[in-house]
Design a protein around this ligand. Structure first.
Ligand code: F0G
Length: 357
């Protein structure tokens, strides 16, 4: 019988901050595919580009790797409720893992700014959902405040258990390739995932499994790019709602990861994000949410500036599934709604319409 993947805590038990007494709340997260993307490699002039497809996690994003840790530890501490601020994916994940654990979840989301697929998940998993009149950064302040003063356990990535779980993405990349990539590229919001991948690679380096840590390249949306402007942004704006964050929670961790890996932060426009979102769907065959295309969009921008080293092997984490924020796929390049044409049941007519006749 084929081996059944057991979720990141059981698969990496010895490399995570858990003990025999930690209850394991898992939905089978991790073990996601590392997909060869020759069309993207050609576009950016690299030897190989591979996508770490995190949309294949149980709730459709990378958050599940951290949430299995955070909720398991919360339950281990006797928590009866978890709370998070979220642009959507964290709330979907927290709600699902809380349901699996039989505890409550509370999610605070920025009013009107989360994608419908993600909201439907939080509702489906019976989270208590409140839309806050503010942005994500306001929601996080509120969530921290409530967790400090009331009986709810915070599961945002300021909780180190989240970063700990998410570092397993790097372990899987190294196992799949047999070595570390030259560059690892990913979208950045709070910079928790950027910091987590670096932590994973650093642990592999310290264990002697890899010879060098990849350069970590993190990309933000231009209207929401505190790392490129060098300070928090008060009113972040971008269509990439998952990363519409002005004051990254993991600021210091991320800065040190960038320095230690000789990496970089950059920004791309919403138009560049949407272009890459379409390219990944149409040329690579991987459907991601727009925010998730931000890393690949940054890599393409860097390649146009001649900054992608020839002969390199590059891994790009695509963070969330396309169905999370499907409305963008139903628009053409000019922004018009796409509707399939209606036809009769006549084969000759259908063939004609398809240009087969
Ligand atoms: N990509 C997606 C699809 C995300 O949902 C997020 C973050 C990121 C990238 C950025 O990751 O914050 O670790 O730098 N989403 C959070 C949420 C903020 O609430 O779901 P990060």
């Amino acid at each position: 019988m084929a081996h059944q993947w057991r979720g990141v805590i059981r698969e990496y038990f010895d490399r995570l901050d858990v003990t025999k007494d930690t209850p394991i709340i898992t939905l089978g997260e991790g073990g996601t595919p590392l997909v060869e993307a020759p069309a993207l490699a050609k576009l950016v002039g690299a030897d190989r580009v591979l996508l770490k497809v995190e949309g294949m996690n149980p709730t459709g994003s990378f958050k599940d790797r951290g949430m299995t840790m955070a909720v398991s530890k919360a339950v281990g501490h006797g928590a009866k409720a978890v709370i998070c601020a979220s642009t959507g994916n964290t709330s979907a994940s927290a709600a699902a893992y809380a349901a699996a654990a039989g505890i409550k979840s509370v999610v605070l989301i920025p009013e009107g700014k989360i994608a419908l697929g993600k909201l439907s998940q939080a509702v489906a998993h019976k989270a208590q959902i409140l839309q806050v009149q503010g942005n994500f950064d306001d929601c996080l302040i509120l969530a921290r405040d409530l967790a400090e003063n009331y009986a709810v356990h915070l599961v945002n990535s300021v909780n180190p258990d989240r970063i700990e779980g998410q570092k397993t993405g790097a372990f899987e990349v190294v196992e799949a390739l047999g070595f570390a990539p030259d560059l690892h590229v990913l979208p950045v919001g709070n910079a928790g995932n950027y910091s987590a991948y670096f932590k994973g690679y650093l642990e592999d380096f310290n264990a002697g499994t890899i010879k060098q840590v990849p350069k970590m390249w993190g990309y933000q949306a231009e209207g929401s790019a505190p790392f490129t402007v060098g300070h928090p942004v008060a009113n972040p704006e971008t269509i990439a709602t998952a990363i519409r964050i002005g004051n990254p929670a993991s600021w210091d961790l991320a800065q040190s990861a960038r320095e230690c890996s000789d990496g970089r932060f950059g920004a791309v426009t919403d138009a560049e994000i949407l272009w890459m979102h379409r390219f990944l769907s149409q040329e690579v065959g991987v459907f991601v949410e727009p925010s998730s295309a931000t890393g690949a969009a940054g890599l393409f921008k860097a390649s146009k500036a001649g900054e992608v080293p020839a002969g390199s092997t590059i891994v790009v984490t695509v963070t969330g599934h396309g169905l999370k924020d499907a409305a963008w796929a139903l628009k053409d390049e000019a922004g018009n709604q796409i509707e399939p044409q209606s036809v009769s049941k006549n084969a000759a007519e259908v063939a004609e319409r398809l240009g087969l006749a």
